[in-house]
Design a protein around this ligand. Structure first.
Ligand SMILES: Cc1cc2nc3c(=O)[nH]c(=O)nc-3n(C[C@H](O)[C@H](O)[C@H](O)COP(=O)(O)OP(=O)(O)OC[C@H]3O[C@@H](n4cnc5c(N)ncnc54)[C@H](O)[C@@H]3O)c2cc1C
Length: 322
């Protein structure tokens, strides 16, 4: 939109430009739906935080940013319009349309919405975490790893992201402590093995970070607590990367939609939510696993279902006015 504060009508709004949103955009334009995709940052989503992807079929090894660019260009080849805009609210109106409001106060009135807003990294919520964020504490290995060349750092977590990123970070750092609150990792076996075999990584089991320590120069250590013995210790480290899960970005929904205990939106097999006309795809959706392949698969289904929904709406309106 040229000016802020304007209102525009479209058939379909896609919120979020990660793998799910870009795939939805590709299929929506290929199906010739009047569509706009709203993305608050650069298109690509978490691909922009991922270095090597080796599990996307047909592309045995690809850099995340390269895949993001390829997906963006592919969707744009079909004519997808991508607007840089942070969506603030999505509201279902009485007439069945949706009002999608951006931070710049632009309003899109859409007949259907596909929400593909992914998630936000969980925080440890300990003293010093916010204070030293950007001065030692990070949530993105690819963005910040190179700042820690030759240093000793820690990674908090025990799932796929923590193990994968710990392994990645050892290309820069001399020593890495993986701090995990349990006595076994939750990550896939292949990722666990990479960590076990990496001589730069030492795992500190049954332990949580209690505080991020530092001075005016930045972070210089962690206060740790063993959850079994309650014993506290200090770990000298100049960096802490936190990978302890994601919170789905569903806060923009003004109406209640069914969700699971983690806040992920529940859909039927066609990506329909409990709000008619609202479809979701990708990491924001309740499902067994969250991968690029599942995000693009969900998004494909969501567009086909949205197209069907829009056709049925038009048919019902035509019948009503006949
Ligand atoms: C470190 C890491 C490594 C990974 N490695 C792999 C891997 O090797 N293989 C694999 O298959 N998967 C991997 N994944 C998982 C994969 O990246 C995700 O499953 C996938 O990106 C999900 O796509 P998505 O489009 O649902 O969400 P996202 O990629 O999170 O995209 C969501 C988009 O929505 C935007 N957005 C959010 N809120 C708003 C708003 N209010 N307004 C506008 N835009 C908004 C965000 O800016 C973002 O661009 C990895 C994830 C991480 C974190």
């Amino acid at each position: 939109m040229a000016e802020t504060g304007s209102e525009r009508k479209v058939e379909l709004v896609i919120v979020g430009g990660g793998p799910a949103g870009l795939t939805a955009g590709l299929y929506a334009k290929r199906t010739e739906l009047d569509t706009v995709l709203l993305e608050r940052g650069l298109p690509g989503g978490q691909l922009l935080n991922t270095e090597l992807i080796d599990d996307y079929p047909g592309l045995p090894e690809i850099d995340g940013r390269e895949l993001a660019e390829l997906m963006t260009k592919h969707a744009q080849k079909f004519g997808l319009e991508i607007q840089t805009a942070a969506v603030q609210a999505i509201k279902k109106l009485e007439n069945g349309d949706f009002r999608v409001t951006t931070e710049g106060d632009d309003v899109y009135i859409a007949r259907a919405v596909i929400l593909t807003a992914g998630g936000t990294p969980n925080k440890l919520e300990v003293p010093g975490e916010v204070e030293y964020s950007g001065r030692g504490v990070s949530y993105c290995a690819i963005c910040d790893g190179a700042f820690f060349k030759g240093e000793t750092i820690a990674v908090a977590g025990g799932g796929d992201a923590a193990t994968e990123e710990a392994d990645f970070l050892t290309r820069y750092v001399d020593k890495l402590y993986l701090i995990h609150r349990r006595d076994e990792l939750r990550a896939q076996k292949i990722l666990q093995n990479r960590v076990f075999e990496n001589p730069k990584i030492e795992i500190i089991w049954d332990t949580v970070v209690e505080e991020v320590l530092g001075d005016e120069k930045g972070m210089n250590g962690l206060r740790l607590r063993n959850v079994r013995t309650d014993e506290e210790s200090r770990l000298d480290a100049t960096g802490l990367f936190v990978f302890i899960g994601f919170l789905p970005n569903t806060g923009l929904l003004e109406d209640h939609a069914e969700h699971d205990a983690g806040g992920y939106l529940i859909t039927d097999r066609d990506m329909r939510t409990s709000i008619p006309g609202l479809f979701v795809a990708g990491d924001v959706r309740a499902q067994l696993t969250r991968q690029i392949t599942t995000a693009v698969g969900d998004a494909t289904t969501a567009v086909i279902a949205a197209e069907k929904y829009l056709t049925e709406l038009k048919e019902a309106e035509a019948t009503a006015t006949a």
